[in-house]
Design a binder for this molecule. Structure first.
Ligand SMILES: CSC[C@H]1O[C@H](OP(=O)(O)O)[C@H](O)[C@@H]1O
Length: 364
């Protein structure tokens, strides 16, 4: 996507052909700073510290993390360590495991001397495939927005609620939930996006709002707890969110709070759709509540909030009494029964095993 007219992606290969560039998302929207990842451990830190985040981008960063490891030492032992270190960074987004398995399958049969070049090439292919998949999700999701626009009538904006950040910053470009929004905006369809702030790390307030503002998409940031009220009052036409792992039966793991929005949407009769590339589908499990590991992040992310002081300093301030414990589950699981549809790169389907098999017959 473009920032001030200049095209950007959240991850890129530096001109030296070795280091990997990223946008440090922990500083947005207050500061725009890039980082150069030069080692496996640097890539692992970027994922764990959420300098990069979002299921597809986590996978892409891990893929390049393997390439950085191969650039240092392409032996089997280093390949084993690279996969283990990167796999341990964050447990919920299945794209991480998917990307590492893809890199391991591609590199393991090769002689060590061939692995460095092959790893960078495979990581680049993975990135481009993600960009293409998200663009396709945008096109398929655009149909949903067009249908909502027809229901709204000429000139009336389609009001879409989204949670967390599933924009271009969460992927290799376009985004997943935001891809249809960008394409609808660019097609001239009047829109208004309700942006859940998404406590505790505020990916919505900090990242989705930043993206939409840069692209000129009308939006309003709201407290997470306002979403149900907005839907109940008929102010939301459609919910579109992303995902970190979708099971073979359509259960959806996504940022904490998604389940609550799905409950409110169902109660208010608002269509609730999940935009997901096939790299986020875990074909090995059906029951998301039993089978998807939920990341428990530091309680300090709940106890503190980050912002920018009037003098431009980015600060983290404590919200709760010093002695109060806090808990920080980073994701929840929305049962498939609360999902009205999935938007994938191969089209839209019901959040069911049959729906997913219909689009992806090549998966068991
Ligand atoms: C397109 S994946 C976006 C997905 O990832 C986010 O989680 P995090 O920011 O912790 O990586 C969130 O669940 C988004 O919906």
């Amino acid at each position: 996507m473009k920032i001030d007219g200049r095209p950007w992606r959240p991850i890129w290969l530096e001109a030296d052909g070795g280091r990997v560039g990223i946008i440090d998302q922990t500083l947005l929207p207050h500061r725009f700073e890039t980082r150069s990842l030069a080692t496996l451990d640097g890539a692992a830190h970027a994922i764990a510290a959420m300098q990069v985040r979002g299921a597809p981008l986590i996978g892409a960063t891990a893929a390049y993390g393997v390439a950085l490891a191969m650039a240092e030492d392409a032996g089997d032992g280093v390949l084993d360590r690279a996969v283990a270190v990167l796999a341990a960074t964050r447990p919920t987004a299945v794209n991480l495991r998917w990307a590492l398995d893809r890199m391991d399958r591609h590199l393991r049969p090769l002689a060590p001397g061939e692995r460095r070049e092959a790893a960078y090439a495979e990581a680049a292919r993975l990135v481009e495939a993600d960009v293409a998949a998200n663009a396709a999700i945008g096109r398929h999701g655009l149909e949903l927005v067009r249908a909502a626009a027809r229901r709204r009538g000429p000139g009336w904006p389609v009001r879409i609620l989204t949670h967390c950040n599933a924009g271009w910053l969460a992927t290799c470009d376009w985004g997943t939930a935001l891809a249809p929004i960008y394409m609808a905006h660019d097609a001239g369809i009047p829109l208004h996006v309700w942006v859940d702030e998404t406590r505790p790390r505020n990916q919505g307030a900090a990242l989705t709002a930043w993206e939409l503002l840069a692209h000129g998409v009308p939006h309003t940031v709201v407290a997470d707890n306002a979403g149900g009220h907005l839907m109940q009052r008929g102010l939301v036409d459609l919910c579109i969110v992303g995902a970190d792992r979708v099971t073979a039966a359509g259960d959806v793991a996504n940022k904490i709070g998604t389940y609550l929005k799905a409950l409110a949407a169902r109660d208010s009769g608002v269509p609730f759709h999940v935009a997901v590339p096939s790299s986020t589908i875990d074909w090995t499990i059906e029951d998301g509540i039993a089978g998807i590991p939920i990341e428990e992040r530091s309680a300090d992310e709940v106890r503190h909030i980050q912002g920018m002081a009037e003098d431009g300093r980015v600060l983290s301030v404590r919200l709760v009494p010093d002695g109060s414990p806090a808990a920080n589950p980073a994701f929840d699981v929305t049962p498939a029964r609360l999902v009205d549809g999935l938007i994938t790169e191969r089209g839209r389907c019901a959040a069911t095993a049959a729906g997913l098999r219909g689009l992806f017959p090549d998966h068991s």
